[in-house]
Design a protein. Sequence first.
Length: 267
Amino acid sequence: MINDDVKLLARLEPVVRRVLIVDANMHSARLLADLMKGMGAREIVFESDQKGAIEVIRDFEPSVMFVERSGPRFDGEALVGRLRRSSLSSRQIPVIMVTAEATASTIKGARDVGVHEFMVKPFTTGDLIRRLVNVATKPRPWVEAMGYVGPDRRRFNSGEYRGTRKRQSEAQALGGTMAEDTDRAGKIILSALNQFDNDPPQARRALVAQGEILKNLAGVGGQSALAKAAADLTSAAQCETAGVDVLRGPAVAVLALVSAGRGAAAA
């Protein structure tokens, strides 16, 4: 019994403290809640309306959220996308999407809005435990960009889908080299500048995140000029009123150093 597995319960405890279940089907939600109680969940809140869920997240601050993918007048993907791009303190919480469909398109849709795990109905206790263990013990790097906000999609678990379109490489944990991560950060910075007027708060968050990434990478690589420029960009972007005209200078300075580093590496 899960209740008797002390070590497993200890691993899951940080994740299952406060559980939010967003599902228009209350019967299904309560079945899931009963399983979560057996895994040590202390507080469980239900919400059947995707619009009301944001307010619940703000007030309840869940440690994990289960969300039904779709239903009558319900769009779980839209809810997750809105959460990820919000300013809520819980915007990065683990999200496990639940659905009766396991197709390539539904899995890709969940992945692309920032879902951590995907679980298909009907599921077993073992299925649920595996998802919770993944989010509790295998954290994925957070990506703060313009086109995507959420856990690194390169490490998304698409194991539920068994169709012919599944690539074997998707089941592997992928990582990038320092050069790849630096280049990726530079591309996100450029995108944030170009799309700043469309979503200023997200653009600032993206610039802050990439500035921190580049500062750390530069520190490891002994690139003091890039580390300082990245720190300056982070500081500027943390100002909630900073416009693109203010941020363009430090961002361009970082991009120039990233470009110079790329050229030196290719020489």
